[in-house]
Design a protein around this ligand. Structure first.
Ligand code: HEC
Ligand code: HEC
Length: 267
């Protein structure tokens, strides 16, 4: 043999190409990316090395799973319907709620309606306020004094109150409501909130105030509200533009004529 393996032209070329690639990845990983995206260096040298090698750095670090604001409530079948509550007792307890949520659970201000809200939703939100997983000064203070049975009774009471009657759907209906956006992984709102399908724990939205709906969506987007199980709403709201939030909030807020009582549609 005339040439050793290393002296062979093809092999030398391959080694040179490999070296060039290594230099390029080092330049990109250590210098270019940190410059265009300053948060790339936030993780330190190890993260930078992992990025260059193309492996997740979390193999070496513990995943942060324990968010104190993550909900502890699981959607069990027993919560649906009446949440195991007593409507009569709930009605008496609800006298403390009427000044904000309305005499019959329909608010004329930006406070959310409770009339006809699913029992499991009222239950979950009250437990989340009580335990501090959903933050709101007034509601946390009010919920902290409620017992588990109080919460079940209030949920049963509000679930059976008639919802405001629906107004004709405004045209055009936002695409996100009926179709979603598969490219951004947004499922249609109606596939969880009713219309196409109703997933347990998804609130009845129609007739809530525009300001309330858009604030909640903004809070999910920014992570201020984080009590949605499995990030169901955060994953969606983060992807939405301010215009889209505005459009869906408008759509759901005008879908009901607040104040005119109809009967709650069957679950
Ligand atoms: C002082 C006014 C006030 C009173 C009294 C009050 N609430 Fe509220 N409630 C609010 C406001 C404001 C919100 C929206 C808070 C937020 O943005 O998280 C709210 C939210 C809620 C929600 C969440 C609704 C949803 O769609 O997510 C529930 C459930 C609720 N209240 C139940 C009650 C019950 C039951 C009582 C009586 C024991 C009560 N509230 C008394 C003002 C009040
Ligand atoms: C995968 C199911 C799912 C889809 C799709 C979905 N939602 Fe939700 N949404 C939920 C659940 C579950 C909650 C209750 C979160 C919690 O437990 O606090 C919620 C809560 C909300 C709330 C807060 C309401 C309140 O009273 O607290 C708003 C507003 C909302 N969703 C709007 C939307 C809009 C608008 C869309 C479409 C762009 C949408 N959602 C799509 C499941 C969904």
């Amino acid at each position: 043999m005339k040439d050793s393996a290393l002296g062979h032209r093809g092999v030398r070329k391959a080694l040179a190409a490999l070296l060039a690639l290594l230099v390029a990845t080092i330049l990109v990983g250590f210098f270019w990316l940190p410059q265009v995206k300053p948060d790339f260096t936030a993780g330190g040298l190890w993260d930078a090395i992992c990025r260059i090698a193309g492996v997740p750095s979390t193999w070496s670090t513990e995943l942060k799973m324990d968010d104190p604001q993550a909900s502890r409530v699981s959607m069990v079948a027993g919560l649906q319907g009446t949440a195991g509550g007593d409507v009569g007792r709930g009605g008496t307890l609800a006298l403390r709620c009427t000044m904000c949520h309305g005499a019959r659970g329909v608010s004329s201000s930006d406070v959310p309606n409770l009339a006809g809200q699913y029992a499991e939703v009222v239950y979950k939100q009250l437990v989340d306020y009580k335990n501090g997983q959903r933050r709101h000064v007034l509601m946390q203070a009010l919920a902290s004094g409620l017992s588990e049975q109080d919460i079940r009774d209030l949920s049963a009471f509000y679930a059976q109150l008639p919802r405001p009657s629906p107004a004709p759907a405004p045209t055009p209906v936002p695409r996100l409501v009926t179709v979603g956006d598969p490219l951004r992984n947004i499922a249609p709102c109606a596939s969880c909130h009713g219309g196409i399908d109703k997933k347990p724990g998804s609130p009845w939205l129609e007739g809530m105030s525009h300001a309330y709906l858009s604030t909640q969506l903004q809070q999910f987007a920014s992570g201020v509200r984080r009590n949605d199980t499995l990030q169901a709403m955060r994953n969606i709201a983060r992807q939405m533009t301010p215009e889209e939030i505005e459009a869906v909030a408008r759509y759901y807020s005008v879908l009901a004529i607040v104040g005119s009582a109809g009967s709650a549609p069957a679950r």
